[in-house]
Design a protein. Structure first.
Length: 211
């Protein structure tokens, strides 16, 4: 498998965590988002959206991180990241979607670039925008996780919810968002980042990391 990725892409980060949790071998193919490599003709053949991640499985391409996570879960069930109980599975997917559908799209690179380049908002306003949407979604997420969390989002074993949450926390910290109101979320983040799979997937460990 080849994973087209960018070290700071939270969507790519989700997939890297899942791949490492399942112990799967893959080749990372960096696509530099800031330099615009995602808009190159060669990459657009693979993913017409010009987004990362994209997973190449024997020449067939899967796009969208949640679709990739679903593929990995169904294809490599030996290390499950979802419960066999349908209700529990649905609750994990709900947390994934709160982050991947309601939080991340408002704060991703192309939106922030549009706000600054097209609408000419200031750096301070961009920061306020970013923090607003983190708080808008982390507040209810904190309440949900208080009911389900152990060391991880659901008990003490990582699920897909942790794969999706940890990258969003990383981004929030990178943008200087105050997370003190979310002790459950921050405790989960601290624990998960002690686990080998999460350490390997961290942006600072990627071949394209700018150090």
């Amino acid at each position: 498998m080849k994973l087209y990725t960018y070290f700071r892409s939270s969507a790519s980060y989700r997939v890297r965590i899942a791949l490492h949790l399942k112990g799967l071998d893959f080749e990372s193919v960096p696509i530099h988002l800031v330099k615009g490599e995602q808009g190159g003709a060669e990459y657009l053949v693979k993913n017409p959206q010009g987004l990362v991640p994209a997973l190449d499985v024997g020449g067939r391409i899967i796009t969208q991180s949640l679709a990739i996570l679903d593929y990995l879960e169904n294809t490599y069930p030996a290390t499950p990241l979802l419960s066999h109980n349908p209700l529990d599975r649905a609750n994990v997917w709900a947390v994934c979607q709160m982050i991947a559908c309601d939080t991340h799209p408002l704060n991703n690179l192309k939106v922030l670039k549009y706000l600054q380049q097209r609408l000419a908002i200031s750096d301070d306003d961009k920061q306020a925008w970013y923090a607003h949407w983190i708080h808008e979604n982390f507040a209810p997420l904190e309440k949900l996780l208080q009911k389900t969390a152990g060391n991880c989002c659901f008990g003490d074993t990582p699920t897909l919810a942790d794969c999706v949450l940890i990258p969003q926390v990383y981004n929030a910290k990178r943008f200087g968002v105050d997370l003190s109101a979310y002790p459950t979320i921050t405790a989960i983040d601290e624990y998960c980042n002690t686990l080998p799979a999460f350490i390997k997937a961290h942006p600072s460990e990627q071949v394209d990391c700018i150090k």
